[in-house]
Design a protein. Structure first.
Ligand SMILES: C[S@@+](CC[C@H](N)C(=O)[O-])C[C@H]1O[C@@H](n2cnc3c(N)ncnc32)[C@H](O)[C@@H]1O
Length: 467
């Protein structure tokens, strides 16, 4: 490690910046995010600096030495080589370390790519080898760190003395902080509920100091994993599956997403595929409740969105009855994922003014008792979930309700996954399309004029007509 990262405390710091151009402005803007005072060594105050009079003052070049007397570091942002060299020597004569923009030979330290989340600051440096790479790494970190992680660190700082007083032993304190900063306190802060977080913190500390064996119970996170493409997972879902101790997952959750679960977490398949229930719904409730009561961080991971034909509502209810908080993290439903992947707009000003999601599978088997007349009306899109097995009946009911036999349909299997299959035709040929294209599911049926819009729909329909 040629570079040694260290963070300056900037509360009472002075920073000297030589220059008044764009580079000086960029560096000044970084320093202005801290409470430090800036002495700007220039002939006159540039326009960009005028709004910061409370934190930044002009120092004439002949007086730079006295500004350097109290400086913790100096930044040289001068175009002229001789002037930059002179500034460097002056700073060194005052024992002040220097960063000179674009002049590696005049740098005692480099300024890293900075990720600023309030009390949490991360710095990424490549020693000038590849600044773009440092920026890319910072962007990746930005997507991983919750926006309010700084607020969580600030809360921890406020509570540190109280925790120290309540919990004598180092290991107790470590356990307590692990629970607090990875559990409900953190979730409340991330959700913007600072007052709630303070309450939970007070209660957790009282519980923990009263009975060290007590463990925090819940919340259980019911998380939507999206339709399959791992890049369609939300950042929140990603964070929660990385923190979970145990993940109860459906069959529909793709293996790429399961690979993102924390390596040492338990993975329990409970899901169903086409009527085959690995664990009955009540059993899933019992498992989640038992794990939460054991103090585990539980995630229930479901395909698509938990509240779209996902039985998420029943799970929330079962947890509520058991006195355990549930949080629901939405996922991209397969309807949206499949439509986007096929380039098929579910609504369109000229073709569909509404979209309806229906299930094609009745609780007791067969096709459900839907409002077929309503669904057969023009200028709308109908998306059928779980409709592969009942497709012949669905087509029959819609045609009997006077839907035009030429109405386009798209059947999309394994949407957004590498094995996605799309087949097009019209409602009268729905059963045949499924049969001839070997569609087994999971698949959606998209019915309405919009299903004829993708370019590939036109060619597939034509080729079927020719066949
Ligand atoms: C029990 S429902 C769950 C729906 C899920 N909650 C959602 O929002 O997508 C299962 C049905 O969703 C549809 N489905 C789920 N993932 C799919 C995918 N990747 N491609 C096509 N259809 C999918 C199929 O109709 C499947 O039978």
């Amino acid at each position: 490690m040629r570079l040694f990262p260290a963070f300056f405390l900037m509360d009472d710091a002075n920073v000297v910046i030589f220059g008044d151009g764009t580079n000086a402005e960029r560096k000044a803007r970084l320093v202005l995010k801290t409470p430090a005072r800036i002495s700007l060594v220039a002939q006159a105050l540039p326009d960009w600096a005028k709004a910061h009079g409370d934190q930044l003052s002009l120092v004439q070049p002949h007086a730079a030495g006295s500004a350097l007397d109290t400086a913790c570091f100096a930044i040289i942002a001068l175009d002229d080589d001789d002037a930059a060299q002179a500034a460097y020597e002056l700073a060194h004569a005052h024992g002040v370390p220097v960063n000179a923009v674009d002049r590696k030979a005049l740098c005692d330290f480099t300024i890293p790519s900075i990720l600023d989340r309030g009390s949490v600051v991360a710095a990424i440096a490549t020693g000038g080898a590849a600044p773009v790479l440092a920026k890319d790494i910072r962007s990746k970190l930005e997507t991983l760190l919750p926006e309010r992680i700084g607020a969580l660190a600030a809360l921890a700082e406020r509570w540190r003395p109280a925790v120290k007083e309540a919990l004598g032993a180092d290991t107790d304190r470590r356990h307590f902080w692990e629970q607090a900063l990875r559990g409900p306190v953190a979730e409340a802060v991330y959700a913007g509920n600072d007052a709630g977080a303070e309450e939970i913190m007070a209660k957790s500390l009282a519980d923990f100091s009263g009975d060290q064996s007590k463990t925090a119970v819940g919340p259980v996170h019911i998380v939507g994993a999206g339709p399959g493409d791992p890049e369609l997972l939300t950042l929140k879902a990603f964070r929660l599956i990385q923190q979970a101790d145990i993940v109860y997952h459906d069959k529909l959750v793709s293996p790429e997403i399961m690979d993102m679960v924390r390596r040492d977490a338990e993975r329990v398949p409970v899901g169903k595929s086409k009527g085959e229930h690995l664990v009955p719904q009540d059993g899933i409730h019992e498992l989640m409740i038992a794990s939460a009561r054991d103090g585990k961080r539980v995630v229930r991971l479901k395909g698509g969105d938990p509240f779209i034909f996902g039985r998420g509502g029943e799970e929330v209810e079962a947890l509520r009855i058991a006195g355990i908080d549930a949080s629901v993290v939405p996922g991209i439903t397969s309807a949206l994922g499949c439509a986007a992947s096929a380039g098929l707009p579910l609504t369109h000003r000229d073709h569909a003014q509404s979209v309806t999601f229906v299930t094609g599978h009745a609780r007791q088997g067969g096709v459900p008792d839907l409002d077929w007349e309503g669904l057969a009306k023009p200028h709308q899109t109908v998306v059928v979930f779980m409709g592969v097995g009942t497709a012949p009946l669905i087509s029959e009911r819609l045609l009997a309700a006077s839907l035009d036999a030429e109405t386009p349909v798209a059947v999309i299997e394994n949407g957004t996954r590498t094995n996605e299959k799309r087949a097009y035709g019209n409602i009268a040929a729905l059963a045949e399309i499924i049969e001839t294209r070997g569609i087994r599911g999971p698949a959606l049926l998209i019915i309405g004029e919009v299903a004829g819009l993708p370019a590939e729909a036109q060619t597939q329909i034509i080729s079927e007509a020719l066949a």
